[in-house]
Ligand binder design. Structure first.
Ligand SMILES: [Zn+2]
Length: 199
């Protein structure tokens, strides 16, 4: 009788272990399938983008220490007090490292994140994406300049219409080249005043 009870209890425990183990295994499998190395946004390849490759010493020579830390060492600047967080000046944001046009003020919006936010890049082929697991709490999609691989920030799926995406970008990774006013264009002959490198 006692043996039968013991056997029943053992079978019950074994059954429970199988159910719990199955659920946990399923959860792990689901997690693997949903967060495997698939960035949130798919990259567009283009022959137009010729990579720029420099040594660390060469980047250090043309960037400020903060620009180098964020763009070349995947750093993050402080939120809210950075240069372009609330800027709504019309113009094009170029890569701070290589001056490739990356974002347009037309696509910028004010988010609560504390960093400049855009719902799309100026051209999808100008940015690259990579799965970022450096933060243990969340698998994120890192965004970088397609030409020089400079780190820009991350893209999240909580942005506004029409894309539903939020490109959360470090101010020091980009330089705003303001759009010329009509009077400026008439005076200067529409010269290009790009401002890359050190600020
Ligand atoms: Zn670049």
């Amino acid at each position: 009788m006692d043996n039968n009870r013991l056997r029943s209890a053992a079978i019950l425990v074994l059954g429970l272990l199988i159910v719990v183990g199955g659920c946990f295994g399923g959860f792990l499998l689901y997690n693997r399938l949903t967060s495997e190395d698939v960035p949130l946004v798919q990259e567009v390849d283009s022959d137009e983008i010729i990579p720029i490759v420099k040594t660390d010493a060469e980047w250090k020579a043309i960037l400020t220490p903060e620009q180098y830390y964020v763009t070349r060492e995947h750093g993050t600047e402080r939120p809210h007090i950075n240069q372009y967080n609330k800027t709504m000046t019309k113009g094009v944001y170029r890569c701070a490292c290589c001056e490739l046009p990356l974002f347009d003020s037309e696509h910028k919006f004010i988010s609560k994140s504390g960093w400049p936010s855009f719902y799309q890049p100026i051209d999808k082929k100008n940015v690259g994406f990579k799965t970022d697991r450096s933060w243990s709490q969340e698998v994120r999609t890192e965004v970088h300049c397609k030409r020089c691989k400079g780190h820009l920030g991350h893209v999240f799926d909580d942005g506004p219409d029409p894309t539903g995406l939020r490109y959360c970008i470090n101010s020091v990774s980009i330089n705003l080249v303001p759009a010329l006013q009509k009077s400026d264009a008439a005076n200067s002959g529409a010269g290009n005043s790009s401002s890359g490198g050190k600020k």
